[in-house]
Write a protein that binds this ligand. Structure first.
Ligand code: ZN
Length: 123
């Protein structure tokens, strides 16, 4: 099962996460790293895959890392959405799927069922 980390990283681009976290658009050039005390010379840069800190962090931060640190409310809200089995729309889909004895032998139907349950449409 995909983790909340994967889910958040897929749903929020680094640009969205940066804006939501710091209240300003991600700078195009070098910027200050929001994950360590960095106010004199910019030590980080935002790439499509995340923010890379070339300073003391020396690592890449993804959308999940941003929201986890600066917007835990969003992480909590999203966790409820993906972990809740009580969503009526998903339940309807689940009820329509019937497993035949052949399906039980192969995993594909079960995987499809899980994909539909979690709303992964282009599975
Ligand atoms: Zn840093």
């Amino acid at each position: 099962m995909s983790s909340i980390r994967d889910y958040i990283n897929n749903k929020y681009s680094i640009y969205d996460a940066y804006q939501l976290s710091l209240g300003a658009p991600a700078p195009l050039g070098k910027c200050f790293c929001p994950f360590h005390d960095n106010t004199h010379s910019p030590a980080a840069k935002v790439y499509q895959y995340g923010l890379r800190c070339f300073g003391e962090c020396n690592r890449v931060y993804t959308s999940y890392d941003f929201l986890k640190k600066f917007r835990p409310d969003i992480i909590e809200q999203e966790s409820k959405v993906i972990l809740s089995p009580e969503q009526p729309k998903q339940r309807q889909k689940l009820n329509r799927l019937v497993l035949t004895p052949d399906d039980r032998k192969s995993n594909s139907k079960v995987i499809q069922l899980i994909a539909e349950y979690y709303g992964i449409v282009d599975f």
